[in-house]
Design a protein around this ligand. Structure first.
Ligand code: NI
Length: 137
């Protein structure tokens, strides 16, 4: 069976703070360092959303890129861009907004909107050199 992967890049800016309420300030600092700044800090996040599946013989598409673009905008960009993740995104009220936790939240939001016959993989860049990937495994 021939499967092809199509990918779309997206971008958002967001602020966060990494800490645990149940840890002392000292312990948070020793684990999270500068990321525990009580006044938050921002990142320019880059997102790569990859969808794998068979080519539809009628359209020649795996997924219509316009539809994928709209899903990424409504599910991720509109929810995350220029937001304080800890305060404004409900998923991170009690979940540390690390890149690892973020990529799982992003995957789950997109997965709900994409046909079950398609495989999804999400890669999130927190910095140009640090990135994480999740494909539901
Ligand atoms: Ni950070």
């Amino acid at each position: 069976m021939m499967k092809v992967t199509v990918s779309r890049k997206a971008h958002f800016n967001a602020a966060h703070r990494l800490y645990r309420e149940d840890w002392s300030y000292e312990k948070n600092n020793s684990i999270f360092g500068k990321c525990n700044n009580p006044n938050f800090h921002g990142h320019n996040y880059e997102l790569i959303v990859s969808v794998t599946g068979e080519i539809d013989p009628e359209t020649g598409y795996v997924i219509d890129m316009k539809i994928l673009k709209d899903i990424i905008k409504s599910e991720i960009e509109d929810v995350f861009d220029h937001k304080n993740l800890n305060i404004e995104v409900p998923e991170f009220k009690t979940l540390n907004p690390t890149a690892e936790n973020m990529v799982v939240v992003i995957y789950d939001k997109l997965k709900r909107k994409i046909n079950d016959s398609l495989e999804l993989e999400v890669t999130l860049y927190e910095t140009p050199r640090n990135f994480v990937s999740y494909s539901g495994l």
